[in-house]
Design a protein. Structure first.
Length: 557
């Protein structure tokens, strides 16, 4: 670093330096006046004005510059003398700054009375964060027991992922064991392709949450809540770090809402008839989720639903036609769905296997299975993608009948709402849902329904399939558009994945008393498809491994 320019004046007890400037590369530091009192040990160092400027290239090929300016208008560093030792003197440094102005490419801020009892920060931000390019002004007031923050939007940017008109926040630290954070957002907008294809408008967002400061594993609780346009969620999260605990995380939620409030969150429903729903009151959903992050199968979820004073008054959308024969026309295909009926819909082995694989608790839930959704959320969180959906058979039917192919949270919410209406408001029976489901389910491009799928792949009716053919057909259900190409090319990944699936399902079916030891011992590892596809031998399928796992499970019981 080079001293470019300065003026110095030395008297009997002081040194004054004027216009002191340092420069090195693109960095510059300038002090208009620096005075040092030389009486014995320094008592006062005064800086009247200081400027720090830095110019740095953002990219080597980009001519745009990033400028950061820091101006210290008055800085006095006072040394109070107690002892002759310098180290004791330096521990008593007191800073007094009247105002600091910070200017950068992100905006500017003025800091007032920084080391007083009530410092304040005001400024403007050209960019709030990576998810908001809108311009905001802000004010931060630091009081004795709390910090108050206000942020107001000055200019709106249409590329924002998240933005808002006004934000008010308060951090209360009067309790030394925890922080109380209160937040209010007015007129928020949220846009991301994983959430919705259109911008989500939020009239208001309110939240109160407790953040522990001591050695505690509890987050939330004490009436912590989130309120999004009247959808209120009380929550408590507890982390478990004890080595003998099988549970790592416990989440308790109480959700007060109504279908109409949930529908209002969806920007443009695929089925606009939902907007005609009239209801009254709020229902309560309680979710108690105990998660084992190392072994998700050992996680425990309990779900309780209380109708309270909630009541659906009317909706101008009649789905009772699903109980009869009806024409179906979707973005995928057009067909006629017949009025199949009864227990015959699950009379054959192939259909039972599909139900067990897709929705084993189908006859126990009312359209939505919270445990499956909870585990899907955790799996997606751990894997970093959204491949696992947690959809029940009822939700899959709604998807096939009423939804498009978009994979967004808004579409998933709409799907869940229609499913609840289907089973609870329109009272479509379980066996009718299965009858329609097995007619519209997709097995290959342009191939719909279990009978068409069975003929397409195996050249026979579904009730004539062998065990390995039925298991293969059930494997196709979540991946109809990928299976055909994989089997035609004899993909090694298909061999591994299908073998692993069949081994797990054989064990599952055995303990459900749907197959016996004799069935497993005589099980063949070759799949005989129709003539167009041929035979497929699964090299990775090991029946001995299945038998050993079954034996191990018996010993544990």
């Amino acid at each position: 670093m080079n001293i470019v320019w300065c003026k110095m004046k030395i008297s009997n007890n002081a040194i004054s330096i004027h216009d002191l400037t340092f420069k090195r590369n693109s960095f510059a530091f300038k002090i208009d006046l620096l005075s040092i009192n030389l009486n014995e040990v320094p008592k006062v160092i005064k800086v009247r004005k200081a400027e720090i400027r830095q110019v740095a290239d953002l990219r080597k090929t980009d001519k745009k510059k990033s400028r950061t300016n820091l101006e210290v208008h008055t800085l006095a560093i006072k040394f109070k003398k107690r002892h002759q030792l310098i180290k004791n003197i330096l521990t008593k440094v007191i800073f007094s700054i009247n105002e600091i102005e910070i200017i950068s490419n992100r905006g500017k801020a003025s800091l007032y009375n920084i080391f007083s009892e009530n410092p304040t920060i005001k400024g403007e931000l050209n960019k709030l964060s990576a998810i908001s390019n809108s311009k905001y002004k802000f004010k931060i007031s630091i009081l004795e027991h709390n910090i108050k923050i206000s942020i107001n939007r000055l200019e709106k940017d249409t590329t924002d992922i998240f933005s808002f008109n006004k934000l008010l926040a308060k951090v209360d630290f009067s309790d030394h064991s925890k922080l109380l954070v209160s937040t209010f957002i007015h007129l928020g907008q949220l846009y991301h392709p994983t959430i919705s294809r259109e911008r989500v408008e939020i009239e208001y967002f309110k939240a109160k949450q407790f953040l522990p400061l001591e050695d505690t594993q509890i987050f939330g609780g004490d009436e912590s809540y989130i309120d999004i346009d009247g959808n209120v969620i009380f929550y408590s999260i507890v982390r478990h770090n004890l080595p003998n605990k099988n549970i790592n995380l416990s989440i308790f939620l109480q959700i007060y809402s109504s279908l109409s409030k949930l529908i209002d969150i969806i920007p443009s429903p695929t089925n606009p008839e939902l907007k005609t729903l009239l209801d009254d009151g709020n229902f309560l959903a309680e979710i108690d989720f105990h998660i084992n992050l190392e072994d998700l199968k050992n996680s425990i979820l309990s779900f309780k639903f209380y109708k309270n004073d909630y009541n659906i008054i009317n909706i101008d959308w009649d789905l009772s036609y699903l109980n009869n024969k009806f024409p179906l026309s979707t973005y995928k295909h057009s067909m006629l769905v017949y009025s199949g009926s009864t227990d015959q819909s699950i009379s054959n082995f192939a259909k039972k296997v599909i139900i067990i694989n897709e929705d084993p608790s189908f006859f126990q839930h009312s359209g939505i299975e919270p445990m499956a959704i909870g585990l899907a959320i955790i799996r997606n969180f751990k894997s970093g993608n959204t491949k696992v959906g947690g959809s029940t058979i009822s939700m899959q039917l709604v998807k096939n009948l009423f939804m498009d192919e978009s994979r967004t949270l808004a579409r998933k919410l709409e799907e869940a709402i229609i499913t609840v209406l289907l089973e609870n408001y329109y009272s479509i029976k379980k066996h009718r849902i299965l009858a329609v489901y097995f007619q519209v389910i997709e097995f290959a491009p342009g191939v719909f329904g279990i009978e068409n799928g069975s003929y397409f792949y195996f050249g026979k009716e579904s009730n004539s399939l062998t065990t390995i053919q039925a298991l293969t057909l059930s494997y196709i259900v979540p991946r109809p558009r990928f299976f055909l190409d994989a089997v035609l090319t004899r993909s090694q990944q298909l061999d591994r994945n299908l073998s692993n699936y069949i081994e797990n399902m054989l064990e599952n079916l055995y303990f459900r008393n749907l197959i016996s030891d004799i069935d497993i011992n005589s099980f063949l590892t070759e799949i005989e498809f129709s003539e167009n596809i041929g035979k497929l031998y699964l090299e990775n399928l090991k029946i001995d491994r299945v038998l050993k796992r079954i034996q191990d499970q018996k010993l544990l019981q």
